[in-house]
Design a protein. Structure first.
Length: 279
């Protein structure tokens, strides 16, 4: 079972996406299952996890509609307002849909770096922790100290860091990111996605060697059983192709990529983290 654990779909006419504007023409168009299927067939990807791209419950419902229609969509990581007083009611209602498999607020776009520590938000996190429900962290390095404080309060939270927490790769700046990621990896229920690391290049000519120290550090501290492949399609098209991402990761892993490790990174770990019922 091969899984891409980080895919986005959108339909421009829905009007959900404030960040998606004509000044990013490479991705300012509809991206829907029909556009992805040939790519999945080419690379023998069996299932995908669809990730929200707008802080609107309407968008999550739209993605769940797509998931109901398409067998290759294993589930949707959606959005809910974690600050609202009726979060618990909304959460359990949404959870009745078996394709709703994870939650992701867009933390990177929230003004307050310490948003995760707001009392109402922590209350919502404790509900998620109690249910052992998967949570995707979309963050920058500046958020990591606050995530660590959150995990002291919710140490059993089942979470996955998106895009390596977006370290300063262009500047080749490892610290304080590396130490903070090391501290984060001490929490056994936290995992990390090998995703989105080229997206910030936005068409800039890049060399694979730029990314290797960051990916190696994540592999070293999390281990091969706690990292998950995600392409970040179609956002990745701003920098490269789907084929190039797969080629780079396999080349970088080289001799380390035994059949067992390959199966874990490119499928089994996602099944375990998101508690997927797939075959």
């Amino acid at each position: 079972m091969r899984i891409d654990a980080h895919i986005h779909f959108w339909k421009i006419s829905k009007g959900y996406y404030d960040w998606l504007t004509p000044d990013i023409p490479l991705i300012y168009r509809d991206f829907l299952p029909i556009h992805l299927k040939p790519i999945l067939r080419k690379h023998s990807i069996d299932k995908t996890i669809i990730i929200q791209a707008a802080p609107k419950i309407e968008e999550t419902k739209f993605l769940l509609e797509l998931a109901a229609e398409e067998e290759f969509i294993a589930g949707v990581v959606g959005w809910l307002d974690m600050e609202t007083e009726d979060f618990e009611e909304q959460f359990y209602k949404m959870k009745q849909n078996s394709k709703f498999i994870g939650l992701r607020p867009m933390i990177q776009n929230i003004k307050d770096n310490d948003w995760v520590l707001k009392p109402r938000v922590i209350h919502s996190f404790r509900i998620i922790e109690k249910e052992d429900f998967p949570f995707d962290f979309l963050i920058y390095p500046r958020h990591l100290p606050y995530i660590l404080q959150l995990l002291k309060k919710c140490p059993k939270l089942r979470g996955v860091i998106n895009h390596l927490a977006k370290p300063q790769i262009k500047k080749q700046q490892m610290e304080p990111w590396a130490n903070l990621i090391n501290d984060l990896a001490k929490y056994p229920k936290i995992m990390c996605k090998l995703s989105g690391f080229v997206t910030k290049e936005n068409g800039r000519s890049w060399n694979p060697s730029e990314f290797i120290p960051y990916i190696n550090h994540v592999l070293d501290v999390f281990g091969f059983k706690r990292v998950i492949f995600g392409s970040d399609w179609p956002v990745l098209l701003r920098a490269t192709s789907y084929s190039n991402i797969l080629y780079f990761l396999r080349e970088m892993l080289g001799k380390k990529l035994t059949p067992e490790i390959d199966a874990a990174i490119f499928g089994r770990n996602a099944v375990r983290f998101y508690k997927l019922n797939v075959s």
